[in-house]
Write a protein that binds this ligand. Sequence first.
Ligand SMILES: C[S@@+](CC[C@H](N)C(=O)[O-])C[C@H]1O[C@@H](n2cnc3c(N)ncnc32)[C@H](O)[C@@H]1O
Length: 215
Amino acid sequence: MKVIEPRVEAFLRKTYQKNSRALEDLRATALKKHVPIIDRDVENFLKFTVVSHDVSRVLEIGSGVGYSALVFAQAMGKGLVVTVERHRRRYREAEANIAALKGAVDIKLLEGDAREILPALEGSFDLIFIDGGKSHYRIFFELALKRLSPGGMIVSDNVFFQGQVFPEASVPRRNRTSSRAMQEFLELVFKEPYHSVILPLGDGLLLTTLSKEER
Ligand SMILES: C[S@@+](CC[C@H](N)C(=O)[O-])C[C@H]1O[C@@H](n2cnc3c(N)ncnc32)[C@H](O)[C@@H]1O
């Protein structure tokens, strides 16, 4: 679901910094093959956040073909990106793309279900990006809270679920479980004393951080 007016979007996009040529090629190939990757406006926001918050450790749920992990890594310049992918074919593609394009940042690609992998991870992360299966955001979020560095941020992508979280939306039967799960997840997040905000970028980008007392 597009929430930015096309004229505004076109204007904004002229202001975005380009990625390396190789990363732009990967983006173009993914789009051509209909492989899901982060929206350009979301990408620009994430790059800004990484630099402005001096992020050096990123955890990502849902690597896809490795595009967003490489975006994080290029913006960070140094540090660590841990990214988890459960789909074997995607994992293999991500592995090849990361091997070909990675720079100084250590990118650890883990194969498996994030719900099983996250509890066993060591260390904490300044930014945790949730971009996995839409019906599991609540559990991803709860696991992410345990791995968040003090002052860190959880970023959950696609929380509008293509408009299917809105009360008046007509939701196809196959998406009803995910749409209900996303609605419940958002209700929960805004009920808790976290600091959360949804930015109308891409398909809805939820940002959450904890206050000093909650850490
Ligand atoms: C939207 S794509 C990720 C796109 C990637 N972040 C990017 O922008 O380049 C979502 C990915 O999450 C993976 N995924 C879904 N549920 C998962 C889970 N429970 N654990 C790990 N990966 C998961 C899917 O296989 C899919 O490849």
